[in-house]
Ligand binder design. Structure first.
Ligand SMILES: [Fe+2]
Length: 136
């Protein structure tokens, strides 16, 4: 694991990185985040290809399965400190949409049918339903 702090003063190339995080993409490995401080939003696609916005704050953990299209953005606080969990070497490579040719995408496509339910399970803080319909 490692720890990333996303804010103007602490993250090199902040403006560029923020844009990259917000570009819709997938990974060939799970993306697991545990929020230590601050807050932000993960957006994922549901079965109708609409965004589901997930509000993340201190104490929340999320697992985005391989092959799931998603993006991340900060909220108005412009600050988050998160633990990035991975097995072995981290695989940060982001494949921007369209990236449907990867075998992981088939897995992700099947999961998107269950997405809303799955995300409820994957968010582990028990704080209740904090999903918002996504904005484009
Ligand atoms: Fe990602």
């Amino acid at each position: 694991m490692d720890i990333i702090t996303i804010c103007k003063d602490k993250l090199p190339n902040y403006e560029e990185k923020i844009k990259v995080f917000y570009q819709e993409h997938l990974h060939l490995d799970e993306e697991i985040r545990y929020i230590l401080e601050g807050s932000g939003y993960f957006d994922v696609r549901d079965r109708e290809d609409q965004w589901i916005r997930i509000s993340m704050e201190k104490g929340d953990m999320i697992t985005l399965p391989a092959g799931i299209y998603h993006r991340f953005t900060l909220d108005e606080k412009n600050y988050v400190k998160a633990m990035r969990l991975f097995v072995g070497e981290p695989v940060w490579t982001a494949y921007n949409r369209p990236a449907d040719h990867f075998p992981a995408r088939e897995h992700g496509r099947r999961l998107s049918f269950l997405c809303r339910h799955l995300i409820r399970v994957l968010i582990t803080n028990g704080a209740g339903n904090r999903f918002l319909r996504g904005r484009e």
